[in-house]
Design a binder for this molecule. Structure first.
Ligand code: URA
Length: 439
């Protein structure tokens, strides 16, 4: 291990044998955390070549189970977001694509730090269970076309250990490590095709377009070389997606979108991601045909009906779509008003995510409990006009969870200016293994 650390510290390329020795030894607790941490830091500074990244991904994928979904008929399509603030697209995209006939057998994660996780959001639905036996998971997909469960400890256990170590050694935001981490889990989860949503901006790991594009390229190539059709959208995370940030309030917003009453940005992105899943799942001949299909199923409420079936199949209370007050509610709802008039120029997504975490909607450490009712509702988004004193956001919290501090953080996350800012593009690029389309 000493020689491997030294080799990477000197910027040299590691061999397959060396990477596999590290992953295997670390998974089996034979390599101590201090040596793994030193190697991670050397990788952080010297980087991983494409070849090293591919080998690392494969080694982490094979450190645990490779899920066999072959008993589910059809092309199973997975979707993954690199992590953002207010990103509840899985709750919308899953039922949308499933309503068009694409089997969705998805394993999702929990939130950590300022980014949220699908499993936490689903658990805000009373009764919803996110743990299922493998056969029940497969049977549910075969019966209703969709099931979403928490990722088991047997999926890429090497990544589980390494991700926790990266989290406390400031080595998360490295291209090779992120691609290996995400793709090892996606490949082990057994779907046939993958649609990635690579976030870019203040609330994402990748702060600028070029690094997001490199990450997208890497992941698409890894997926493709593993024999899975893979595409990546690069999308804006310079402000939270939609208006709700939290858990229960994000479920409510997802229901609004499925009723055709949601904010434009999250509706638009969900339709595009789902359309690409429909296309990769072979249910449409083109991406544009996929767009028409998902738009139709949003309008005729087929996607909403699929959401209801999905919630019911996993033990959740389906009445939430008629009465969202069944969802956990915070005791206090405090409004924040604009200090001055003008246009909203910026809303720092990372600050909003951190504020939500302080309220209890997210976790600082993996072991933390979360408050499913807490969150932040953004009344104003970038480009909106505000008058002095007008409500820009609303904080939902419970006693003793730093509401005062959060109010200041949210207020400071907003930048108001005199001139109307230029509109930012929500979808910046679509990267496939065949070509790259920059919007
Ligand atoms: N999400 C992951 O699963 N892994 C990373 O490294 C970053 C985001």
């Amino acid at each position: 291990m000493y020689d491997i650390i030294l080799k990477k510290r000197e910027g040299k390329e590691l061999t397959k044998k060396e990477i596999e020795f590290f992953i295997d030894g670390y998974t089996r607790n034979e390599i101590p955390d201090y040596q793994a941490a030193a190697l991670l830091m050397a990788i952080y500074f010297k980087g991983l070549t494409k070849k090293e990244t591919f080998i690392l991904t494969d080694a982490m994928r094979n450190s645990g189970d490779n899920v066999d979904l072959t008993s589910i008929a059809g092309i199973k399509v997975d979707k993954h977001s690199t992590g953002g603030v207010g990103d509840k697209t899985t709750l919308i995209v899953g039922p949308l694509a499933a309503s068009c006939g694409v089997p969705i057998a998805k394993m999702s994660g929990r939130g950590l730090g300022f980014t949220g996780g699908t499993i936490d959001k689903l658990e805000a639905i009373p009764g919803f269970k996110t743990v299922m036996k493998q056969q029940e998971f497969i049977d549910t997909v075969n019966t209703i076309g969709i099931a979403v469960i928490g990722q088991t400890a047997h999926i890429a256990p090497a990544d589980k250990k390494l991700y926790a170590l990266r989290d406390v050694t400031a080595t998360i935001d490295n291209m090779g490590l992120i691609s290996g981490s995400i793709m090892s889990k996606k490949l082990a989860s057994g779907s046939d095709a993958i649609v990635l949503d690579v976030k870019c901006g203040s609330g994402a790991f990748m702060k600028d377009f070029d690094s997001a594009r490199r990450l997208a390229d890497y992941m698409v190539e890894i997926g493709h070389s593993a024999g899975k059709k893979t595409a990546a959208f690069i999308t804006d995370m310079d402000q939270p997606l939609g208006r709700a940030v939290g858990n229960a309030i994000e479920v409510k917003e997802a229901i609004d979108v499925l009723k055709g009453e949601g904010p434009d940005d999250i509706t638009d992105l969900s339709l595009k991601l789902a359309a690409y899943m429909v296309f990769l799942g072979g249910k449409s001949n083109t991406y544009n045909e996929g767009i028409c299909m998902v738009q139709k199923n949003l309008k005729n409420y087929k996607a909403l009906e699929k959401f209801v079936e999905f919630v019911e199949a996993q033990g959740g209370n389906k009445r939430i779509i008629e009465d969202v007050n069944i969802l956990p509610q915070a005791d206090h709802k405090v409004e924040i008003s604009a200090k001055n008039e003008g246009y909203i120029k910026k809303i720092r997504a990372d600050s909003i995510g951190r504020a939500a975490m302080i309220l209890g909607a997210g976790r600082q450490k993996k072991e933390d409990d979360i408050d499913l009712s807490a969150g932040i509702l953004l009344h104003k988004k970038i480009g909106d006009n505000v008058t002095k004193g007008e409500i820009i956001a609303e904080v939902h919290g419970n006693e003793d969870n730093g509401i005062k501090e959060v109010l200041e953080m949210v207020r400071d996350a907003y930048k108001i200016c005199k001139d109307k800012p230029k509109k930012t593009k929500l979808i910046k690029a679509l990267i496939t293994s065949e070509n790259e389309k920059i919007y």
